[in-house]
Design a binder for this molecule. Structure first.
Ligand code: AGP
Length: 606
């Protein structure tokens, strides 16, 4: 997830305006940035790796000439953060410049084709392919809008594009598929951006582009067309009453709630993980004698869930291990046959990196799953996968957790197929269920929000809360505990439901809140017994189960029924109500959900 902005103004230098707009988009990506403007038939570019302020310090982004320009702040997906990989990207002749937010899935085959036509590539990005496609199309179209349309028709994947040309210096051409793009209608000045936050201080009159639409803006005009037909589209101008800060959160009161609601999209992006990397990691996992799933915090809880996925689908026993305990626990028993899959959204967690370094020195194979290109984890891994969730601003991991689970489930499925542990119809069924996950999450958000918001009012003064689950739902219970504890500061307990009678049940007294995570899966029969144990001691039973499970509903004091989902994917759905509970409890208790006390987004100290 990057941020793009374009501005076409009459008689005004746009570089300072673009620079300011980029700052409003920095929450979307902050590993490199750049601006391109047109003046006197020449495209002027300044771009580099680093945060916008650092780049501005080094090269003064405001002094670029010209009243038409585009800009970009990056969250790298293809090609580590560097000056050459930073946007804008130019064509061979330097006559066309482009900024892009999204992922082009078929960029490798397009690049092959363009290399055959003697195009020269400077970067390792997927994006640069688009500007060379436009250059190629210009040879026949001789019109920037038509050339962008021709290029866009060749692309598979997500994109929001803004394109300028030295030969058509009065306009910015736009295209959208999946990635957000909005036009801002100003007075003698028009904008286009990934988020209205970038131009809301100048205008609140907005046109939102839909998928499959292209168009252009000039200082005085904005026109939109259907990519497929070329037909012009009459677009409605919406007048927004947002403050810039509200805009950055797309109208949500906090980044955490926005990120919880971004999960359908971040799961879609995780389902786009490149086949070749999934196959490569699967190959290494298959060869491992001992396989450890190593992480901290929420990422560790994803590893616990993954250990059930690998065992149930691929018959591979893996050991989830808390990073800070790895060396003490397994340091002396690893070697050349050991495979470590390290999971870290930031890719910078010190405990994880220290454990990896120890394992590497013992000749173990290091694999990585992360959300940050260019992070240390990507550099120390033999092979790694990116989860493409975009930057997560809230300290509490939400969308990165469900994206990790989505990638880990794809790995387990591939390993099962490679090992012939599942019949073809079982593989097809699970693939379908994976594809349906974004929709199921959308449904779960709709079903859960209001009941959970009300529940937070009831539980805001709870002294402690208990979370129980069996099988893979034990991982969901662990994550529910972590979210509620780190956001509401209420001490919480999480256990495999079958274990509670071996001690933890002693804390139960009348009215003690106990949550059961109980989907209809292979553990459903046993969990009813655990509910009865708790009820017998006066606990107040809060149950999240499969909609229509009347027996569970009847035996609960509070019930939430969620859509049916495959057992190994249930944590993706069942964690959602608990992310919301943590959020609303923090709000009810007057705490900042985005910046919980004592915590940091990335823990880079051991
Ligand atoms: C989760 O909400 C916390 N922010 C924290 O536990 C986090 O998951 C942990 O620090 C691991 O971070 P990583 O995924 O970046 O390695």
């Amino acid at each position: 997830m990057c941020g793009i902005i374009g501005c076409a103004a009459k008689g005004l230098r746009v570089a300072p305006i673009l620079h300011k707009g980029l700052k409003m988009l920095e929450y979307r990506g902050y590993d490199s940035a750049g601006i391109a403007t047109v003046e006197d038939g020449v495209i002027h570019v300044k771009k580099d790796a680093g945060k916008i302020d650092e780049i501005h310090e080094r090269m003064n982004l405001d002094d670029l000439p010209g009243s038409i320009g585009i800009a970009h702040t990056r969250w790298a997906t293809h090609g580590a953060p560097s000056m050459v990989n930073a946007h804008p990207h130019l064509d061979c002749a330097g006559r066309v410049a482009l900024v892009h937010n999204g992922v082009i899935e078929n960029f490798l085959e397009l690049k092959e084709e363009l290399l055959d036509k003697r195009h020269v590539f400077k970067s390792r990005t997927d994006t640069e392919v688009i500007v060379h496609l436009i250059e190629e199309a210009m040879k026949s179209e001789r019109n920037l809008l038509k050339a962008v349309m021709a290029a866009a028709r060749r692309l598979r994947g997500s994109y929001a594009l803004a394109v300028i040309s030295a030969d058509e210096p009065d306009k910015i051409v736009l295209a959208r598929n999946e990635s957000p793009l909005a036009i801002g209608i100003g007075d003698g000045m028009n904008f286009a951006a990934s988020d209205v936050a970038a131009f809301i201080e100048h205008t609140r009159k907005v046109i939102f582009l839909d998928n499959g639409e292209v168009g252009y803006i000039t200082p005085t005009e904005a026109r939109v067309f259907k990519l497929e037909t070329g037909m012009e589209v009459e677009k409605r101008i919406v007048e927004l009453d947002w403050t810039p800060e509200m805009a950055m959160k797309s109208g949500y009161p906090h980044f955490m709630l926005k990120e919880i609601y971004e999960q359908p999209q971040s799961i879609r992006e995780a389902l786009k993980t490149q086949e070749k990397y999934l196959d490569l990691i699967t190959e290494f996992l298959d060869r491992g004698k001992d396989v450890f799933l190593l992480a901290a915090g929420t990422s560790y809880n994803a590893c616990v869930a993954a250990s059930y996925m690998f065992s149930k689908l691929a018959r591979l026993a893996t050991t989830p291990v808390i990073a800070s305990e790895f060396i003490e626990n397994y340091g002396k028993s690893i070697g050349i046959d050991t495979v470590i899959l390290a999971v870290s959204q930031s890719g910078e967690t010190a405990d994880v990196l220290a454990a990896i370094e120890h394992a590497r020195l013992s000749a173990a194979t290091i694999l990585g799953l992360t959300n940050v290109v260019g992070s240390t984890l990507t550099r120390v891994s033999r092979a790694y996968i990116l989860q493409n969730s975009g930057p997560e601003i809230g300290v509490a991991a939400t969308k990165t957790f469900t994206a990790q689970l989505t990638v880990l489930a794809q790995l387990a499925l591939r390993l099962a197929r490679k090992r012939g542990k599942l019949a073809q119809y079982e593989i097809d069924e699970l693939k379908d269920e994976l594809e349906k996950l974004p929709e199921l999450v959308e449904k779960t958000l709709k079903i859960s929000d209001e009941p959970i918001k009300r529940l937070a009012k009831e539980l805001k003064d709870a002294g402690s809360i208990f979370f129980l689950g069996r099988g893979i739902s034990y991982a969901t219970a662990l994550e529910a505990r972590l979210k509620v504890m780190e956001l509401s500061y209420i001490p919480c307990i999480a256990y495999p439901a079958g274990e509670s009678k071996h001690g933890p049940i002693s804390v139960i007294e009348p009215g003690y809140p106990v949550f059961f995570i109980a989907p209809q899966d292979s553990t459903r029969k046993q969990i009813i017994g655990n509910i009865m144990e708790m009820k017998a001691r006066g606990a107040k039973i809060y149950c999240v189960g499969t909609e229509g499970d009347e027996e569970l509903e009847e035996n609960s004091d509070w019930w939430l029924g969620l859509p049916k989902v495959n057992e190994v994917l249930s944590p993706v759905i069942y964690v959602i109500p608990f992310q919301l509970l943590a959020y609303y409890l923090a709000v009810e208790r007057g705490y900042d959900p985005d910046k919980p006390r004592n915590l940091a987004k990335s823990v880079t100290v051991q």
